[in-house]
Design a protein around this ligand. Structure first.
Ligand code: SAM
Length: 274
């Protein structure tokens, strides 16, 4: 019989901290819809990033056998540590998610890892980059971000929003935009709209790369000056002739290249170095 989620009263806590991106979900229908988006089996380990006052956490505790939460706010860490003393399915990590090492959650047990989080908006892209090296081992990620960031994640070549984030994520994941969440669903309401996305690792990867660090460096360099041509942005890394040998015109800008094009450029850099 699943446990019923308990409700956390806001009177128990200090005021939300803007510096930690604290916009707490308060709409019960949306909270349930987000929790329902993550398919959880008893075999899964689930990691929640930023449990806050527990809007999603309480739903997850009722559904998970092994829930880990990573929280940075000292008061909230203390709150969750007290809760964990009474629960056998909750492990609390008081840490900055950007410095949190996921490896122990991935090794040592054969349980699939799933990630969920209403991400602090000030660090949402860095969090996605932090999880990227573990992409293949995380079975599913359900994250809430600013709508504008989601637009960048799903944008394709030629789109104004298409950039480093789009290419880096699309090389590793299938990205599905699930639904939008209006500011009124939060306390305090953020100034922007939000959206929920699901990231699922691409297995096998359609455009694999030998060296992810090289791929990341090439993509970053190519987009470093959006208005310049590849011949200029990749100067010192690949010559115009080497770019052409990848079947790519050195006179085009990064924003016109597909994910596959970027993997070919990265492979050329790896080959030239080796
Ligand atoms: N999950 C809760 C909800 O939906 O109501 C809270 C979401 S709130 C947008 C973001 C949460 O992430 C807050 O609890 C905040 O304290 C926490 N947080 C902020 N920066 C963090 C960091 N670097 N590492 C871990 N947690 C962080």
């Amino acid at each position: 019989m699943p446990k019923q989620p308990t409700t956390v009263s806001s009177g128990e806590f200090a005021r939300p901290r803007k510096s930690l991106g604290q916009n707490f979900l308060q709409d019960p229908n949306i909270i349930r819809k987000i929790a329902d988006s993550l398919v959880i089996t008893p075999a899964d380990t689930v990691l929640e990033i930023g449990p806050g006052r527990g809007a999603l956490t309480e739903q997850l505790l009722a559904r998970c056998t092994d829930l880990h939460v990573v929280e940075f706010d000292r008061e909230l860490i203390a709150y969750w540590q007290r809760r964990a003393e009474q629960l056998d399915n909750l492990t609390v990590h008081g840490a900055d998610i950007l410095k949190f090492d996921l490896s122990p959650l991935l090794s040592g047990s054969n349980q699939p890892l799933k990630v969920i989080g209403n991400l602090p908006y000030n660090i949402s892209s860095p969090v996605l980059f932090h999880l990227l090296p573990f992409a293949d081992q995380i079975h599913s990620q359900i994250v809430m971000l600013q709508k504008e960031v989601v637009d960048r994640m799903v944008a394709g070549p030629g789109n104004k929003q298409y950039g480093r984030l789009s290419v880096m994520l699309q090389q590793r994941y299938r990205i599905e935009r699930l639904f939008d969440v209006p500011p009124g669903a939060f306390f305090p309401p953020p100034k922007v709209d939000s959206a929920i996305v699901q990231l699922t690792p691409l297995v096998p990867q359609p455009f694999p790369v030998q060296d992810h660090a090289v791929f990341e460096a090439v993509v970053k360099q190519a987009f470093s000056q959006r208005r310049k041509t590849l011949r200029n942005t990749l100067k010192g890394t690949l010559s115009a002739a080497q770019i052409e040998a990848c079947g790519i015109d050195p006179a085009v800008r990064a924003e016109t290249l597909s994910v596959e094009d970027f993997t070919r450029l990265a492979e050329a850099v790896t080959k030239a170095a080796g």
